[in-house]
Design a protein around this ligand. Structure first.
Ligand code: URP
Ligand code: ZN
Ligand code: ZN
Ligand code: ZN
Length: 486
């Protein structure tokens, strides 16, 4: 027959268009879009369903050790299975460097972990915590050439943070070699200064995590990061944005023509700091950094998704169980400083945003696709192989039922976490079937593929920018007396 698989009757939605067509799939790729496509080994009737490009989760922590050597609850099997059930067909977790570690070694370990287990396709962002001469002079440029062309740096966490000078080194290197820098922007000194005062007054409960991680710590660091990127004309993506001010800073920078991008996550739309004030240690389940804020912040984040301040909507899935292997690894009643940071959310990312974003009219269906898939593919060098429904693209499809109503419970999810921050929340719009490179991965709520059947995705760095974005960068020879400091 002509095709391995034909999907009929669905309404296709991409980041730009919504249309009716049948989808012909051959050798794992989309080979035809049209009607009366002819014969196929299998035909899937998707009448009444949406066909969306598979979700791309560009920020998740899977089988990763934190800076304090705490392993996430999900390995590449449970993490990728959970992702797939939620309509995500590509994950970009982190290969994290601990201080003193070789980046080559970090990448080798990540492959060793993912290769035999992931059921969906994956790439890696690097985490750079130690920009030593060896790393900056040799390893990183070589790795970027090899396609590891995005990395995250931290402005906070004692064992991860780099200083402003190191950040300039990383940003200018990224600019030169065509990589994307992602930044965790919180002011470490502000957080520690507040924390010490709280602790000395005996304020140890989980809710004080949100007090110490003040919104100003985030907005100050975000503005500083933007200015550092601006100084060296480098692209920058600020991850997990939670505040109105940081959102505005990103938007202002973009309005000036700078390549400054933003990411936000479900926890900043659906949780608030009040969740950290639940009975006993329950609040620990909602401790993540930055923390959830207030209703006004949620509204600002929704607006940022609508007006283009944010390019990507990721989970920041950082899975720790509510026990001594995870959240409470420092003891049964740790101070807010000692609670493992992070919330799970890999599987509910699409349903939550669809239900509360698209169905309410806050976002169009096409904006939803851009935010959950297409934009990440573009920013991280995976487009058009991933992130769209077009001829030649990988047949990564979510057949999404926009009317399917389900209540989120811990039991229905496939991650290895023993709670969900969204317990009891009703969501309308869930995947019925998920395809990855033409393979049916999820059908009738059941996994259909083998461990390790996901593929590592080769990427290519983007060529260096040849234009300066704004008139006041020192890259501009006229503004800089003819000297090129970079
Ligand atoms: O609290 C969080 N988000 N933990 C995960 C690590 C990070 O900073 O993304
Ligand atoms: Zn972070
Ligand atoms: Zn994260
Ligand atoms: Zn903290």
């Amino acid at each position: 027959s002509n095709f391995d698989l034909i999907v009929t009757g669905a309404t296709i939605a991409t980041a730009s268009d919504t249309f009716q067509a049948d989808i012909g799939i051959r050798d794992g790729r989309i080979a035809a879009l049209g009607s009366d496509l002819g014969k196929a080994a299998r035909v899937i009737d998707a009448t009444g369903l949406l066909a969306l490009p598979g979700g791309i989760d560009a920020h998740c922590h899977i089988e990763q050790e934190s800076s304090t050597k705490l392993m996430t609850a999900d390995d590449f099997y449970s993490g990728s299975v959970s992702a797939a059930h939620g309509g995500t067909t590509t994950i970009i977790p982190f290969a994290a460097q601990h201080k003193g570690q070789s980046l080559r070694e970090v990448v080798r370990i990540a492959h060793e972990r993912a290769g035999p287990k992931s059921v969906i396709d994956y790439a890696f962002h690097l985490i750079i915590s130690d920009p030593s001469p060896q790393v900056m002079g040799q390893e990183l440029p070589a790795l970027i050439k090899d396609g590891y062309c995005s990395f995250k740096v931290y402005m906070t966490y004692e064992l991860l943070k780099i200083d402003d000078r190191q950040m300039l080194d990383v940003l200018s290197l990224a600019r030169e070699h065509g990589a994307m820098t992602m930044v965790h922007a919180e002011n470490n000194d502000v957080i520690n200064w507040i924390s010490e005062r709280l602790l000395s007054q005996g304020h140890v409960a989980p809710k004080f995590h949100a007090v110490s991680h003040n919104a100003i710590a985030e907005s100050e660091a975000s503005r500083r990061a933007i200015d550092l990127a601006r100084l060296v004309d480098a692209p920058l993506l600020i991850v997990h944005v939670s505040t109105p001010e940081a959102t505005a800073a990103i938007r202002d920078a973009r309005n000036k023509g700078l390549r400054i991008y933003g990411e936000t996550c479900p926890q900043y739309l659906f949780l608030t700091k009040e969740d950290l004030d639940r009975e006993g240690m329950e609040g620990a389940k909602f401790c993540c950094s930055p923390p959830p804020r207030d209703k006004a912040a949620q509204e600002a984040i929704w607006l940022g998704l609508k007006n283009g301040s944010f390019e990507v909507f990721s989970s920041d899935h950082a899975p720790y169980r509510f026990d001594d292997s995870g959240k409470l690894n420092a003891g049964p009643n740790p101070s807010f400083k000692k609670i493992a940071n992070g919330v799970p959310g890999l599987e509910i990312r699409l349903p939550l945003l669809y239900s509360e974003g698209v169905r309410t009219g806050r976002l169009t269906l096409n904006e939803f696709v851009a935010l959950t898939s297409t934009n990440a593919a573009k920013l991280y060098g995976l487009h058009p192989r991933k992130g769209t429904i077009a001829i030649g693209s990988d047949a990564d499809l979510v057949l999404f039922d926009p009317e399917w109503k389900r209540r989120i419970t811990t039991d229905m999810l496939h991650d290895n976490v023993d709670y969900t921050p969204y317990e009891g929340r009703e969501c309308t719009g869930w995947p019925r079937m998920v395809l990855s490179r033409g393979r049916v991965v999820i059908e009738e709520g059941e996994l259909q593929v083998e461990r390790g059947s996901g593929a590592f995705l080769e990427r290519e760095p983007s060529p260096p920018a040849d234009t300066t974005a704004s008139a006041d960068t020192p890259l501009d020879p006229a503004a800089n007396f003819g000297a090129n400091i970079l």
